[in-house]
Structures are given as C-alpha cells and as structure tokens.
Design a protein around this ligand. Structure first.
Ligand SMILES: [Fe+2]
Length: 278
C-alpha cells in the first residue's frame, strides 16, 4: 500500500503567494508528479493549508487541480483554511460532511489495509493548533480496536527547533501523546505546517512532517528564527507498507522532491551496475 502525502499548498487565485512563490503552479506540478508515479499511490493525503487565505476562489482553483489526481484523495484543514468554504468546494468528498459547516473536519476511513484517521488541529482565527477534549475523546474511540492506523492532521503536536514556529504550543499535546502511547497499532502520525521534511518520535510513534508543495521555511534552528521562506523545490512524503509480507507490520516513509517552478533534477544515471575505478 502506498500513501502519498502533500501539504501546505497555499493556493492563491493569482497563482503567487507572498509575492514570490508560484504555489498554484507548484500544486499542478505535484499532481502531475503523483499521476506519473509507478507504482501509483493508492491514496493521497492533503494535510492542510490548501488555500492561502481560505477564499472561495482559492478553493475552486485548488479543487480544479486536485480533481486531476488519478488516485483518490483526502483533505484535512490547516490554519490558513476555512472549514465551510473548504467543504463547499469539494462537494463529492462525503467524509467532509457535518451538520454544521464550521464544525471540525475529522473522519475515520476503513476502506484500505490501514485505517486512515484525519484530525482537525485548527483553532479558527489562530495560527497555532491543538486538539480539544471532544477531539481527543473521538480519537480514542476511533483507535479502540487494534486495526493498523495512520493518523494525520495539519499541526505537529511538538516543536521542531525553528523559533517562530515553536512560539505557539500545541493545545493538549500531553493528552494526545497519552492516547498514542496506548495505541501501538498507530503506524505513523503524519503532519504538515512546518513547510519542511521533519521526523520525530511522539507518543511512542514515529511522526513525519511533509514539506510544502510550494514554499519551504528557512532551515534556521535558532530560538529567534524569523518567519521566512525559501524557494527550494516542492516536496512530498510517501508512506509505504507491504501488508502481505511484512511481519510485524511497519511503515516506511520516503521524502521526495517535485520538479518544476524552476527546479529540474538531472538523471537517473546507472549506479549499482557501474564498476568504480580504483
Ligand atoms: Fe502552511
């Protein structure tokens, strides 16, 4: 099973975010890249900040691009998103449905060998994230049996050492960690928000943060790191498992780069079958 993850698309109606990043074209590149992959992903997770300012026209643009994906895809919101407008732009995504359009977007899907549990870590009006008691209770119920699961959401529940991004603690991180400590069948926690590929342990699980498709935050591991971005290549994460042959069942995560927006990568060239001169 191959689960692709893209994140922090920050689509704008003009095509450009923060006067520099061609984020709309970058999402087009990502979709093209995913559609050409062999093997094809079984599903694509989009872990938030789909739109840059939560505007209707941004979601319409994002939907027109994401709907070109050959694989099915699941959406979870980020702090730049607007729950009701996101729901409205993806009417075919029944799992987004809630009686109240501004209710948290959370769901559990059992159609694959791994249960996919999407959480809503956003707190409307705030940049930082967290999970409230209701979210945590819902999650505990969703993980009650021992079925292998992947949990995904926008905000990572821990700091990463980049000063400005660590300034806002994740609400109820300890309670969330306690739930994961009691759920060894969670194979991976997948997040976004940091616009960089990052890994860390959390609650006894391996947590992976996928890079942005369109703009990467400056890799500045100081407490005073300002909020700045780099036009490094867009990226994605690939979560792979061989559910028929791997015992015990484990998940492996690869991080890849996406060509386009001025970035191209030479190769591939032969490697293992070249005799090195000594
Ligand atoms: Fe973002």
């Amino acid at each position: 099973m191959l689960i692709a993850q893209i994140s922090d698309c920050h689509v704008t109606a003009s095509g450009t975010a923060y006067a520099q990043a061609l984020t709309t074209e970058a999402l087009e590149n990502a979709v093209r890249h995913l559609n050409l992959m062999a093997p094809e992903p079984d599903i694509v997770l989009v872990t938030g900040d789909i739109a840059d300012a939560g505007r209707k026209e941004e979601y319409e643009k994002a939907a027109s691009i994401l709907n070109r994906l050959k694989a099915p895809y699941l959406l979870t919101p980020g702090n730049h998103d607007h729950r009701a407008r996101l729901r409205a732009a993806f009417p075919d995504h029944g799992y987004l449905y809630a009686e109240h359009q501004n209710a948290p977007i959370r769901y559990s899907i059992d159609a694959m060998p791994v249960r996919l549990v999407g959480l809503d870590s956003t707190r409307p009006g705030e940049h930082g994230g967290g999970l409230d008691r209701d979210d945590l209770h819902w999650l505990e119920n969703s993980l009650q049996d021992d079925r292998p699961a992947l949990v995904f959401m926008h905000h990572p529940p821990f700091g990463v050492g980049i000063g400005n991004m660590d300034a806002e603690p994740f609400a109820n991180a300890h309670e969330f960690e306690t739930i994961l400590n009691g759920a060894p069948h969670v194979l991976r926690l997948c997040c976004g928000h940091m616009h960089r590929a990052v890994q860390r342990g959390f609650g006894g699980r391996n947590a992976c943060i996928a890079p942005s498709t369109g703009l990467q935050l400056e890799l500045n591991l100081t407490s005073g790191a300002p909020s700045r971005f780099m036009l490094e290549p867009g990226g994605l994460a690939l979560h792979y498992l061989d559910e028929r042959n791997w015992e015990p069942l484990e998940m492996v995560t690869h991080f890849g780069l996406i060509p386009g927006c001025g970035h191209s990568f030479a190769g591939p060239y032969p490697f293992f079958d070249v005799v090195s001169p000594v």
